[in-house]
Write a protein that binds this ligand. Structure first.
Ligand SMILES: *Cc1c(COP(=O)(O)O)cnc(C)c1O
Length: 430
C-alpha cells in the first residue's frame, strides 16, 4: 500500500510497519464504538451552540475591560449548555489547568475550611496549590486544610475511610477523574456519580469539584450530569480541540462559578471583566472540534496500549479495558525506555521534529520530567505528546494526536526508536 512507502521515508522498517498494521486492523470494531460517542458529542456541542445563539458577532475581537463582551458571554453559555450547568467561566486569562483548578479551589473555600480528596493525592502541580509541598500563596498559607484517602489496593473506593475523612469543616471535595501520574485507574463518570451520592449522604452541603482534565468527551455524559457542582479543565487539552491557544474553564452552579470569577478577576468585578481579545473564534472552533479530537487521541492511546502490551510491557489501561481519558501509561522499568519512547514521539512531530527531548526539572513537579511535544500550541497535550517523571517505575504517559493518523504515526515512530535503541528485538514483531 502507498502509506507503507511513505512511512519507509521516515525510517520505519517492514517489521514495525507490519506489526502496527495488524494491530490497527484488529482495533477497527472498537474504534467504531468510539466514533459513535464522538458523533453524539458532536451533536451535543452543535445543539449547545444553537441554543446559545452563537452569531458571527461572537467571533470578533474585544479589548480593554471587555464589558459586555458578547463573544465571551455567549461562549460561557455554550459551555454551560453543553455540560448542563447553570453557568461557566471560560477564559483565556485562565492560563492552564492548574490555574483553573486553583481559581476554583481558592474561590470556593475560606480560612478554616478543609478540602478533601477521596481518590488519593491530586495531580503533581496541585500539591503546591494545596500546600502539601511548601509553596508561597498556597491554600495552606490561607488556613485551608487538606486531607485525602487513597483508593483501596484493588482500585475500589475506601468507603469507610471516606466517611471518616469528611469532617464538619469539609467545605470542598475534589475528585480527579484522570489518573495523572499516579498508579490508580481513571474514574468513569458512573463511578464519580456513585462517589458523589455517597459524599452527599454524609455532607449534603459539600461543594463537589471534579478535575475533568483529559476526560471531556470520552463519554456521552460529564461529571456535572451525575451531581458534581463544578467541573474544571484546560483548553489546551480535550475541550480546546487543539485550536484554543490558551485557556481554562470552570462549569458548574451559579454560586461556584461566581466565587471562582471573583477570585480570577476581583471581588465585585467577577465575570463582568476580561476581554476575549482575538481568541473567541479559536475557543468556539476548538470546542466544536473537541469531540472528534478527543476520539482521535483515545484511539491513539488504545493503539499504543495494544502495541506495547503485545511486546510484554506493562500498560495501563490495558489493551481491552474501557477508557475514561486519553492517557496511556506504559512502564519500562528503565529510564532509558522512557527516553527512547519520547525520542520516537518527537521524531513524529510536525514542529520541532529535529530536536531531542531530554529530562529536566519543571516548575510544579518534584522529579525531573522528560517531555516530547512538537506542537502548534506550546505545551499542548491534546496534540501528540508524552511525558514522564524520571522516577520508579519509569512510566511514560502518552497522549494526544489531533488526528488518529498522527497518533498512530507517533506510536509507530516510538516503536521504531525502541527497535533502533535495542529495547525491542525485531524478531518479536513478526
Ligand atoms: C494536566 C492536568 C492538570 C494541570 O493542568 P495544566 O494545564 O498542566 O496546568 C491537572 N489535573 C490533571 C488530571 C491533569 O491531567
Amino acid at each position: 500500500m502507498k502509506s507503507e512507502n511513505i512511512y519507509k521515508g521516515f525510517g520505519i522498517c517492514d517489521e514495525v510497519y507490519g506489526y502496527c498494521s495488524r494491530i490497527a486492523e484488529s482495533l477497527k470494531p472498537r474504534f467504531e464504538k468510539i466514533d459513535e460517542i464522538a458523533e453524539y458529542n458532536q451533536a451535543k456541542i452543535i445543539r449547545a451552540m444553537q441554543e446559545a445563539r452563537v452569531s458571527e458577532a461572537c467571533l470578533l475581537e474585544t479589548t480593554g475591560y471587555g464589558y459586555n463582551d458578547i463573544g465571551r458571554d455567549t461562549l460561557e453559555a455554550v459551555y454551560a449548555a453543553a455540560f448542563h450547568t447553570e453557568d461557566a467561566l471560560v477564559r483565556s486569562q485562565i492560563v492552564c489547568g492548574t490555574h483553573a483548578l486553583a481559581t476554583a479551589l481558592f474561590g470556593n473555600t475560606r480560612p478554616g475550611d478543609a478540602v478533601f480528596s477521596p481518590v488519593g493525592l491530586p495531580y503533581d502541580t496541585l500539591q503546591e496549590v494545596i500546600g502539601l509541598r511548601p509553596s508561597a500563596g498556597s491554600l495552606k498559607e490561607y488556613g485551608v486544610d487538606f486531607s485525602y484517602v487513597d483508593l483501596l489496593p484493588e482500585g475500589s473506593f475506601d468507603w469507610e475511610g471516606i466517611r471518616a475523612g469528611i469532617r464538619d469543616n469539609t467545605r470542598l471535595v475534589t475528585i480527579q477523574r484522570s489518573r495523572g501520574y499516579s498508579d490508580r485507574h481513571s474514574l468513569s463518570v458512573a463511578e464519580i456519580g456513585e462517589l458523589i451520592r455517597f459524599i452527599r449522604s454524609i455532607k449534603p452541603d459539600a461543594v463537589i469539584m471534579v478535575d475533568n482534565c483529559y476526560g471531556e468527551f470520552i463519554e456521552t455524559i460529564e461529571p456535572t450530569d451525575v451531581g458534581a457542582d463544578m467541573i474544571v479543565g484546560s483548553l489546551i487539552k480535550n475541550p480546546g480541540g487543539g485550536i484554543a491557544p490558551v485557556g481554562g474553564y470552570i462549569a458548574g452552579t451559579r454560586r461556584c462559578v461566581e466565587n471562582a470569577a471573583a477570585r480570577l478577576t476581583a471581588p465585585g468585578l467577577g465575570k463582568e471583566v476580561g476581554p476575549s481579545l482575538g481568541n473567541s473564534r479559536l475557543l468556539y472552533q476548538g470546542f466544536f472540534m473537541g469531540p472528534h479530537v478527543a476520539a482521535s487521541a483515545e484511539k491513539g492511546a488504545i493503539f499504543a496500549a495494544n502495541i506495547y502490551e503485545g511486546l510484554g510491557f506493562d500498560v495501563t489501561p490495558d489493551g481491552r479495558e474501557p477508557r475514561e481519558d486519553i492517557i496511556q501509561a506504559i512502564t519500562f522499568h528503565d529510564p532509558q525506555g522512557v527516553i527512547s519512547f519520547s525520542k520516537g514521539i518527537q521524531k513524529a512531530a510536525p514542529v520541532d521534529s529535529f530536536v531531542t527531548p531530554e529530562p529536566a526539572p519543571m516548575p510544579g513537579y518534584s522529579d525531573q520530567v522528560i517531555m516530547a511535544a512538537g506542537c502548534f500550541i506550546s505545551g499542548s497535550s491534546i496534540e501528540l505528546s508524552c511525558d514522564g517523571p524520571l522516577r520508579e517505575p519509569y512510566t511514560v504517559y502518552f497522549q494526544g494526536g489531533l488526528t488518529w493518523y498522527h497518533s498512530k504515526f507517533g506510536v509507530m515512530m516510538s516503536l521504531q526508536q525502541m527497535v533502533e535503541d535495542g529495547f525491542v528485538q525485531k524478531e518479536r514483531l513478526i
